[in-house]
Design a protein around this ligand. Structure first.
Ligand code: FES
Length: 122
């Protein structure tokens, strides 16, 4: 469901030009087609088979699904009440968002911190 980009296509400009109807997960430059059936970025990632942590099951209380927004932060809505409460408690920066509380959108590039590989199996 996702494809890994070639190493020579990495970099912000290349990512933007290739993203089309996808959003991109780092590390790994993984393009995932954005589906309107997915209510959250976490949902999209899990359905694509990516190894995303989600200890609280998407309730916005654990923070294990946190992503760092590399491109497209302007496309995100204002934090909802659940995410804002979590962000206030933990002192999250603007680019640190909960993937379970935000909708996937075309052209986003997000990094999953503390992960070196998002493939569940090789
Ligand atoms: S899955 Fe726990 S905060 Fe998102």
């Amino acid at each position: 469901m996702f494809q890994q980009k070639s190493v020579e296509m990495r970099g912000a400009k290349a990512v933007s030009s290739k993203s089309g109807k996808c959003m991109t997960f780092l590390p790994g430059d993984l393009d995932v087609p954005v589906s309107q059936d997915c209510e959250s970025i976490l949902d999209l990632a899990l359905k694509a088979g990516l190894d995303m942590d989600h200890t609280c099951g998407g309730n916005g209380t654990c923070g294990t699904c946190m992503i760092e927004v590399c491109e497209g932060l302007e496309k995100f809505n204002t934090r909802n009440e659940i995410e804002q409460e979590f962000a206030d408690e933990r002192g999250l920066k603007d680019f640190e968002r909960l993937s379970c509380q935000n909708r996937p959108q075309e052209g986003l590039v997000v990094k999953v911190p503390h992960k070196t590989d998002l493939y569940k199996s090789k």
